[in-house]
Design a protein around this ligand. Structure first.
Ligand SMILES: Cc1cc2nc3c(=O)[nH]c(=O)nc-3n(C[C@H](O)[C@H](O)[C@H](O)COP(=O)(O)OP(=O)(O)OC[C@H]3O[C@@H](n4cnc5c(N)ncnc54)[C@H](O)[C@@H]3O)c2cc1C
Length: 382
């Protein structure tokens, strides 16, 4: 749902200009230094980009899902790590409080996420628990007016720079699956939190991840999000929305890769003419364009359905599955169209090829999306 087309157009124009004039020129600096420059973070804050999805009453822009997808696509035109620094505040780092937080939690945390004063992160994955997230082992034992957290969370995006950790932990060890899990918001500086070394990743340099270790970490009982035992349901709601967002980003990155490939193909000459005039190059360009268009249509349509209040669990997973696999193929063709130049770092496609690999892995791998889609199909048919 687009509440006011003119306002959305203005915001999209601002973001597109910011991407074009500030972020794209800083891509190499980001990759080389593994850090989003402070001046750019400050500009993101000033533009309100940390609070795009946070309700207006808490200082955010309160974008609908459809509006968010338009902005995610615009942000996708540059290195995904730029989006990542504000991505957790707009998604997995704040959404649990937005969906299920108490009034006091909303008052305390959301304005700080919206302004970018605080960075939030989402701690579900563990060393032994990834796709089978309901089997998580981190425990939260109630002791008087607080819970004691113990466990290790792995690959936590923005963990190294986070001010709050949105942690899924088992409050009821008797219940093995999802119903024994609760969600907590843990503030940096709480005793018993240790951060592991920053992970060395294949791509998305500048987006930092690390282990977050909790050892007898006392979390006030008022920091429980929702009710005890409902944490996994909260986490799945968070991921449902996140999957659509990642689909939008994948479309944006694919558009950027097509743009770079087209420009290269028009300028590069072989056999006496631009390679863009060779039909086998045209086939790759056309396939990339077609698949990107398909992903864009399905993502926007699902976003509209979600805004109408429909259950889009199956469709969100279908969008994530298709869009993230699609951008992998588009990145591969982009390297192919660039020939040897696509394999060296002088051209952005080499970096994007590595960056987009992550989209098929986090917030549920492609296999997990297939499982969700098929499970829902079978449930609906029975
Ligand atoms: C850079 C990065 C950032 C991340 N950020 C976060 C974050 O902020 N917060 C967070 O909580 N997590 C985060 N993650 C973790 C991410 O969500 C997990 O890595 C992902 O869910 C997969 O879990 P796993 O790595 O344990 O793989 P596994 O679950 O061990 O899976 C390994 C392989 O087995 C397949 N597989 C597993 N189960 C099945 C099955 N039933 N049927 C068929 N195939 C199956 C998987 O698809 C995969 O191919 C991040 C990961 C990375 C790499």
């Amino acid at each position: 749902m687009i509440r006011d087309q003119e306002t959305l157009n203005q915001l999209t124009d601002i973001v597109e200009r910011f991407v074009r004039e500030r972020l794209i020129p800083a891509e190499e600096e980001l990759a080389d230094n593994n850090k989003v420059p402070d001046s750019i973070v400050a500009e993101m804050k000033a533009l309100g980009l940390f609070g795009m999805t946070i309700p207006e009453e808490y200082g955010g822009l309160g974008l609908t899902m459809e509006e968010e997808i338009h902005i995610a696509m615009a942000l996708g035109h540059t290195s995904p790590a730029f989006r990542s620094i504000m991505g957790t505040n707009n998604g997995i780092g704040s959404a649990a409080v937005v969906f299920d937080g108490t009034a006091a939690q909303k008052e305390k945390f959301l304005p700080r996420y919206a302004s970018g004063e605080w960075i939030g992160c989402f701690c579900l994955t563990e060393p032994d628990v990834g796709s089978d997230a309901a089997a998580l082992k981190t425990t939260a034992k109630r002791e008087g007016d607080h819970y004691l957290l113990n466990g290790t969370k792995r690959y936590i995006t923005n963990g190294p720079v986070a001010d709050t950790f949105n942690v899924m932990a088992r409050t009821n060890p008797e219940v093995k699956g999802a119903r024994g899990i609760s969600a907590f918001i843990v503030e940096k500086g709480t005793p018993g939190i240790t951060l592991g070394p920053i992970d060395k990743k294949m791509g998305q340099s500048g987006s930092l991840t690390c282990d977050v270790i909790f050892e007898n970490c006392p979390v006030p009982a008022e920091n429980l999000i929702g009710e005890e035992g409902n944490g996994f349901i909260t986490a799945m709601k968070v991921l449902d929305r996140g999957r659509l967002h990642i689909s939008g980003v994948s479309v944006g990155v694919a558009e950027r890769l097509i743009q770079d490939s087209l420009e290269y193909a028009i300028n590069r000459k072989q056999f006496g003419k631009p390679i863009a005039e060779h039909q086998l190059i045209q086939a790759m360009l056309a396939d990339s364009k077609t698949e990107t268009y398909a992903a864009k249509c399905m993502t926007l349509e699902t976003a509209r359905a979600r805004d109408r209040g429909e259950n889009v669990s199956t469709e969100s997973s279908a969008c994530k599955l298709f869009s993230t696999e699609m951008v992998g193929r588009v990145a591969d063709r982009a390297v192919q169209i660039h020939g040897g130049a696509g394999y060296v770092s002088d051209y952005a496609v080499e970096r994007f090829y590595r960056d987009v690999r992550l989209f098929r892995l986090y917030e549920g791998t492609s296999q997990i999306q297939q499982i969700i889609i098929a499970r829902n199909m079978i449930k609906d048919a029975s």
